[in-house]
Design a protein around this ligand. Structure first.
Ligand code: TXA
Ligand code: MG
Length: 338
């Protein structure tokens, strides 16, 4: 199959919509990461998403909608607080997990009693759904286990020749996947942290962290798989910037392996760019900025052919929680606290 690459303008979006309606696969930009989309009402097309990604069958997909009212045709037993949540954060980088109506077919939901739904804020993504005249199931447009793609080039690294069309909308604004919020209980719980933070959610709903712990142990089926993994072995070092840099330099000097270092603006000067592939993740005090470039950096280390990546940890406050969630998952447990 030849993959067409079109820019995410009106013409490109119309073509992608046509492909979706015909049962094809279309990759499209969103404000978070690129999505691999298929007509949610077409069982065979949704099945192809799994084949193309190499995604385990027990990992459900997110249904993308362009109109809030559609949420209610797929779900039931919606708690009162959903209205406040969706008013505040939809359209935007938040996915809601709710009980699904029994009439909703199970091919995108891995047989669970719940369904994940999101209304993206990126205009091009919503237009695609509108033109296709159907909701779209879309996981991140990477091969299973690889970092999510934040540019069309990343998508093609994984899926060239495997999908019908890629819409190029430039780099994604947020760069981390949506916050997944479970609303099946009396309070919402975060299954996957993202740019909409727990703090933003409980402030919006007037729930206070002292009394109600919103962050649950991740129970999204997808969270149990190895994720976001570059080919190189990733090690996360958490500590004060000067200590972190000292330890990374000490370890890097001891090995013959090719080393990549994910530094921060605060420490970048401590590393020798002639010896190591050093990338600046951004300012430690701006986790939003670090999040936006994180997956691109992991892919850049692979392109640079390094064997081991040392990544500096950052504070888990605000969006820092989502950044550290992705980094520690990519590290597969190799985390050193100093
Ligand atoms: O930002 C995003 O969410 C991107 C863009 C394309 O919208 N999509 C995305 O999809 O990240 P994916 O498939 O890579 O991640 C979806 C996550 C997985 O961890 C999956 O297990 C979880 O959402 N999920 C889906 N349905 C669920 C459900 N019913 N209950 C719990 N978790 C669910
Ligand atoms: Mg994914």
């Amino acid at each position: 199959m030849i993959t067409a690459v079109l820019s995410a303008d009106r013409q490109g979006i119309m073509e992608a919509a046509r492909i979706i309606r015909k049962g094809g696969l279309a990759v499209f930009p969103t404000e978070t990461v690129y999505g691999l989309g298929a007509d949610a009402q077409n069982e065979a097309a949704v099945g192809r998403i799994y084949t193309v990604k190499g995604r385990p069958n027990d990992n459900p997909l997110i249904l993308h909608i362009s109109d809030k009212s559609l949420f209610y045709s797929y779900t039931e037993n919606i708690p009162d607080y959903f209205a406040a949540l969706s008013d505040a954060f939809w359209p935007g980088p938040m996915t809601v997990v709710a009980f699904k109506k029994s009439s909703v077919p199970g091919w995108g939901t891995a047989g669970l009693p719940t369904i994940a739904i999101r209304m993206p804020s990126l205009e091009a993504a919503r237009q695609l759904i509108e033109y296709a005249q159907t909701p779209i199931y879309a996981p991140s447009a990477n091969l299973s286990g690889k970092p999510s793609p934040t540019t069309a080039r990343h998508v093609l690294q994984d899926l060239d020749g495997k999908v019908d069309i890629v819409l190029d909308g430039g780099p994604c604004i947020y760069g981390l996947e949506s916050t997944v919020v479970d609303i099946t209980g009396h309070i919402p719980r975060i299954l996957r942290p993202g740019f909409i933070t727990a703090d933003m959610i409980y402030r919006q709903l007037g729930i206070y962290p002292e009394t109600e712990n919103l962050i649950d142990k991740p129970k999204s089926p997808g969270m149990k798989y190895k994720h976001y993994s570059p080919k190189a072995e990733l090690v996360v070092i958490i500590g004060a910037p000067e200590n972190t840099a000292a330890l990374i330099n000490e370890r890097a000097a001891k090995t013959e392996k090719r080393i990549g270092i994910l530094a921060t603006s605060q420490t970048i000067k401590e590393y020798d760019p002639n010896k190591y592939l050093v990338l600046n993740a951004g300012d430690r005090l701006s986790p939003e900025c670090i999040g936006a470039g994180l997956f691109a950096a992991l892919r850049a280390f692979d392109e640079g052919g390094v064997d081991v990546i040392y990544a500096e940890g950052i504070a888990e406050t605000g969006v820092g929680a989502a950044v550290m969630n992705r980094i520690t998952k990519a590290a597969g447990g190799r985390v050193i606290n100093i």
